[in-house]
Design a protein. Structure first.
Length: 339
């Protein structure tokens, strides 16, 4: 195992918590064997007040950091909402909001950077903006790239790296579009986040998903792991709606073709990790975001049982592909408890 290329395992722990409490999330991570997570929605005090991590006060961030120390957990990235707003101030029948970009930089983006620094991570997850519904994403690459460059530069000024995630209904909804955005932005602190489930959800088969993954490899920063089973009864209309978000499955049971992706990733990892190392990133993160009990525009849910299933399936897929990974060991437990 020692000579194999390796990845760092992580998860969106809010998916594993029935009530989104910090205590549930830390407990689930520890029990599954994970040391890292990306915070998103969280009830820090356990009083029923679920907040996005970007909106936490200093006191709550400090409390969360005490949970991290107690449970031996560190932060992979901020599971931010950055870029999930309209690109243009244009009515299109959607409920997505528009925020003038300068206001957005000094508001949502600045708050996200503040929390990344407080929680001691270099990575911020984000998106590529909603183009007007009914228009082609490719027609909006220029304005989207300009705004993504502004966000990337704001992150880079604070030593952070901005990760742009592939997702349906946004400008960067396909591998080629996402790679073209990265090419246009042309900044070392911008990386791409591939998610095979988000591509398969666009009624694409494993070969098509793999081809989209391959074009992102030169810019790849980390990867979210979810899978999606195409329902032939759902007619593809060019957009992912709520009805389609019910079809997420473990990574060995859908149409994303993770076996094919991971076998190729094994060969790419040495070069990718060397590039990430120059940015101060400790390795290539594979992050479980399985949505096994449902997904949505700003998150998903799997439950502690679903997250356990998803991580075990992911580990099995990595074993088959010949990629090494790390889970907690008895030595970790002894160190955490000071034995």
């Amino acid at each position: 195992m020692g000579n194999q290329p390796s990845v760092l395992l992580s998860a969106f722990a809010d998916e594993a918590a029935n009530h989104r409490t910090a205590l549930e999330q830390m407990t689930a991570l520890a029990a599954i064997g994970l040391r890292r997570y990306s915070p998103r929605f969280i009830d820090v005090l356990g009083n029923g007040q679920v907040e996005h991590v970007v909106d936490l006060t200093d006191d709550k961030l400090d409390r969360l950091k005490r949970f991290h120390a107690e449970y031996g957990v560190s932060v992979t990235s901020i599971g931010a909402r950055v870029g999930k707003v309209k690109l243009l101030d244009q009515e299109d029948g959607s409920h997505n909001r528009y925020v003038p970009f300068r206001e957005y930089l000094h508001g949502e983006v600045a708050r996200t950077i503040r929390v990344a620094q407080a929680l001691e991570t270099k990575l911020v997850r984000g998106f590529s903006f909603y183009h007007p519904r009914g228009t082609k994403a490719a027609d909006h690459l220029g304005p989207a790239a300009d705004q993504i460059r502004g966000i990337t530069e704001a992150c880079a000024q604070q030593g952070l790296v901005f990760g742009l995630e592939i997702e349906p209904n946004l400008v960067g909804e396909t591998g080629p579009l996402l790679a073209e955005l990265a090419r246009r932005v042309d900044h070392p602190h911008l990386v791409l986040i591939f998610d095979g489930g988000n591509v398969a959800a666009q009624n694409k088969n494993p070969v098509q998903v793999f081809e989209e993954y391959r074009v992102t490899v030169p810019y790849l920063g980390w990867m979210h792991v979810k899978d999606y089973r195409i329902d032939p009864a759902l007619v593809w209309t060019g957009a992912v709606d709520e009805e389609r978000l019910k079809n997420f499955v473990p990574a060995n049971a859908g149409d994303a073709g993770h076996e094919l992706i991971f076998r190729d990733l094994r060969e790419q990892l040495p070069q990718i990790t060397a590039r990430l190392s120059r940015l101060g990133i400790p390795g290539f993160f594979l992050e479980a975001e399985p949505h096994l009990k449902g997904g949505g525009q700003f998150g998903g849910f799997s439950g502690p049982d679903g997250m356990g299933v998803a991580v075990r399936v992911l580990c099995s897929a990595l074993d088959y592909a010949g990629i090494s990974y790390d889970l907690r060991t008895f030595a970790d437990i002894r160190e955490l408890r000071g034995f």
